[in-house]
Design a protein around this ligand. Structure first.
Ligand SMILES: NC(=O)c1ccc[n+]([C@@H]2O[C@H](COP(=O)([O-])OP(=O)(O)OC[C@H]3O[C@@H](n4cnc5c(N)ncnc54)[C@H](O)[C@@H]3O)[C@@H](O)[C@H]2O)c1
Length: 380
């Protein structure tokens, strides 16, 4: 079972509380929800109260929804609430991975994907003429779809391609929630700690900034010279990985890349270092390199290196904001899911060309305007 599920005591507002704080999503459904009436929609997403609000609105606006969970985040209480709302949930709380075939069995008109698995499976098995297209939530899924030799013959809107989503959700939302998850999982003190954030994309940048706001001493590792420069100009220590590791006590992995830490890097980890994952997949560090597990509890495993050093890995290096906190803050998800729904409605309306593409700029701009109004209470 996933660590988060061992802890039902983690304070969690229910679906109704969350729904009460998602004004943009409700406005979107009031405008474009009718476009989903009678359509079958296959969804792969983290199954938790914020995504549940969107799924139940899709059902209330007449769609048939088949939902499966992304690895590492399915909340059983949310599954129960969604089943009661008429959503077909194919979720495995033991986290064996998304049940792709079962959600695709509804022969969907639309896909809403998170990581590219659903869209890739549909491309492999083919689709009928009724299929309209879909959306993809993540940067990682966008890369997977763009790397294909043959592009999809239907529109796929990559929500993370928009500057707006990256700013609000990845930077501010992930920044807050990753640090919250870290604190929930460890109960350690941040002020004065030496933290290293590897990867200074929107997620890493948000984590680095939040850690600094809590008085951690933060070093950034980034291979892209422009992003490294940005981190320098924002006042962070910037250093090659090998130089940063020996002095770090907290290590946040936010590159989305594979095998960032190999044998040589693991050898540089100091005794007592705590490793937390931010990226979609925990592929940055092959945990087999860390040696035997000396002790483990709900949120961590402590490995003992042959020379006696200890390395603690939180939640198997999976996204700590989902494993040990409640994911992104509600308002950030209100914005992200509103971009999803409005983009999916544009696909349903047949207004988009085939291929992988960013959120249409008119949607992006309208959602930005609505978000400013929601945060300030002032409508333009
Ligand atoms: N935890 C969450 O809730 C959450 C939310 C959104 C996205 N994500 C995931 O977080 C990851 C990062 O997202 P992002 O939007 O910041 O992505 P991004 O691709 O914009 O940024 C990643 C950065 O890491 C850098 N990088 C790559 N390899 C590196 C290496 N070996 N050493 C140092 N730097 C390296 C890249 O140059 C890039 O600047 C992705 O996997 C994404 O799917 C997680």
């Amino acid at each position: 079972m996933h660590p988060a599920l061992d802890h039902p005591a983690l304070p969690a507002p229910g679906v109704d509380w969350v729904a009460g704080h998602m004004p943009l999503l409700h406005d979107a459904f009031a405008e474009v929800g009718h476009l989903f009436d009678g359509l079958r929609i296959a969804i792969c997403l983290h199954i938790e109260p914020k995504t549940a609000v969107m799924c139940r609105l899709l059902v209330r606006y007449g769609a048939t929804v088949a939902l499966t969970g992304s690895p590492g985040s399915t909340r059983p209480d949310t599954v129960t609430a969604l089943v009661a709302e008429g959503v077909n949930v194919h979720a495995d709380v033991d986290d064996e991975g998304p049940q792709i075939d079962r959600v695709l069995a509804i022969e969907p008109h639309l896909l809403l994907d998170n990581g590219g698995d659903l869209t890739t499976a549909l491309l492999r098995r083919g689709h009928g003429d009724h299929f309209l297209g879909g959306t993809e939530e993540t940067t990682t899924g966008g890369h997977v779809l763009r790397a294909r030799q043959t592009p999809p013959d239907f529109p796929v809107v990559v929500i993370n391609d928009g500057e707006l989503k990256l700013m609000v959700e990845n930077r501010y939302g992930v920044g807050q929630s990753v640090v919250q998850g870290f604190m929930n999982a460890t109960n350690l003190m941040l002020p004065g700690s030496r933290a290293t954030v590897v990867g200074y994309g929107p997620c890493g940048r948000g984590v680095a900034q939040t850690l600094r706001q809590l008085s951690a001493r933060v070093t950034v590792v980034e291979i892209d010279p422009y992003r490294a420069l940005e981190a320098v100009m924002e006042g962070f220590e910037v250093s090659p990985l090998a130089a940063a590791l020996p002095a770090t006590s907290l290590l946040f992995l936010a590159t989305g890349a594979r095998d960032v830490l190999g044998e040589a890097e693991v050898a540089l980890l100091p005794d007592g270092v705590v490793v937390a994952g931010v990226s979609h997949f925990p592929h940055e560090l092959d945990q087999a390199l860390l040696g035997p597990v000396e002790s483990s509890a709900a949120y961590h495993r402590v490995h003992r290196r042959p020379d006696g050093r200890r390395v603690a890995v939180l939640a198997g290096a999976r996204m700590i904001n989902l494993a040990a906190a409640l994911g992104n803050p509600i308002e950030a998800m209100d914005l992200g899911l509103t971009l999803q729904v409005r983009s999916l409605a544009a696909v349903a309306a047949g207004g988009l060309a085939p291929g992988v593409q960013p959120v249409p700029s008119d949607i992006d701009r309208a959602v930005a305007t609505a978000f400013v109004a929601a945060r300030t209470g002032v409508r333009a």
